[in-house]
Design a protein around this ligand. Structure first.
Ligand code: NAD
Ligand code: AKB
Length: 319
């Protein structure tokens, strides 16, 4: 397997690269991003703008790439500020990757999101196949991307696969401008300042997942034999359905003096309100054995442990 990753310096890419190089060997992984800042991957890295078709094609042909993890994208909050840019990067970028994949016989992994659902989607236990009429530009690009990936599979035979990721929590790279970013920031601020100003209302219920589960899901899906898959683009996956208040309470178990204030950002709240409360991920379980490892408490312990080391803060979990 020879793997190209786009958007590799982002929240997911920066951790996916480490797993891919461990699993498939450094010489088989090629990391790229539009940015070039201080990456220290154990594999080749090159600057690549996914809006440049020729550059993608050159990397694919020169390195015999057969699998592309396409992560370059504009996330929901930034997309709402810059909708034209979001359409361009999320749709043109994806189309370029799919075209190269069709021409050079590459498999493609593209994340979708809970953002691919909208206000008239069933809110609780949102089914795999249901109404998708998102109202944010991010959601418009995500549902269009799912359809485009399906199209390239049925029309051109490209092995496209995807996951509808929930909000992802991690401790290596900060998130890139989404509606669920609060769920990462809250851990940093709890350790640094003992206080967090949350931009969503305390009872805004959304699906979330810890990064190790997000990476595991991507790799497991890509390694599943094709004949097992009915829903390629894209599978509902989730680990927990939680609100800011739940994160606050989970952190207080280990930092009892932690406080949270709610200063709502109306744009982000509106996006969050249009997304499901909880996903039904049984199709992923049935078709390729998906199962999350982390729940809120085990994630909180690991986040506080790892972040305290990273931030140089004297803190130990008391069991
Ligand atoms: P991120 O914003 O952290 O990283 C995206 C990366 O793409 C950045 O490093 C950025 O420099 C790069 N990029 C932007 N424009 C580019 C371009 N034109 N060419 C090349 N690179 C470009 O995003 P992420 O959280 O790592 O998300 C990766 C994918 O997963 C996206 O499709 C996102 O929609 C999806 N997703 C993420 C989450 C989450 O919570 N992180 C949840 C659901 C879905
Ligand atoms: C965002 O908030 O934009 C992402 C997502 C859930 O797609 N984290």
């Amino acid at each position: 397997m020879k793997i190209l990753v786009t958007g590799a310096l982002g929240q997911i890419g920066s951790e996916l690269i480490d797993t891919l190089t461990d699993r498939y060997a450094s010489e088989n992984v090629f990391a790229t991003d539009k940015k070039t800042n201080n990456q220290n991957f154990d594999c080749k890295f090159e600057k690549l703008d996914v809006l440049n078709y020729e550059s993608i094609e050159n990397i694919v042909t020169e390195n015999n790439i057969d699998t592309i993890y396409h992560l370059a994208a504009i996330l929901s909050a930034v997309a709402e500020e810059k909708p034209r840019l979001a359409w361009q990067v999320n749709m043109e970028g994806l189309k370029n990757v799919l075209e190269v994949a069709a021409k050079h016989d590459c498999a493609v992994f593209t994340p979708s999101s809970i953002g691919a659902f909208g206000p008239n989607t069933p809110k609780n236990k949102t089914p795999q196949d249901t109404i998708q009429r998102p109202t944010s530009m991010y959601g418009v690009t995500k549902v269009s991307g799912e359809l485009l990936c399906d199209y390239y599979h049925t029309k051109f035979g490209v092995d496209t696969r995807g996951l509808r990721y929930p909000g992802i929590i991690s401790n290596k790279t900060l998130p890139g401008g989404g509606t669920t970013d609060y769920a990462v920031e809250i851990y940093y601020e709890a350790l640094k300042n003992g206080h967090y100003e949350c931009f969503l209302e305390q009872d805004t219920q959304l699906d979330m997942m810890y990064m190790p589960d997000a990476i595991k899901a991507a790799i497991e899906l890509m390694e599943t034999p094709a004949d097992k898959l009915t829903h390629r683009n894209a599978f509902n996956v989730t680990s927990m359905s939680v609100a800011p208040r739940d994160f606050a309470n989970s952190i207080k178990e280990y930092l009892p003096d932690f406080t949270v204030e709610y200063k709502v950002d109306q744009t982000k709240q509106k996006i969050a309100n249009s997304w499901p409360n909880s996903l039904d991920d049984s199709a992923a379980t049935k078709e390729w054995g998906w199962e999350a490892e982390y729940d809120l408490d085990s994630m909180t312990k690991d986040m506080l442990d790892k972040l305290s080391v990273k931030l140089g803060i004297d803190f130990k979990i008391k069991e």
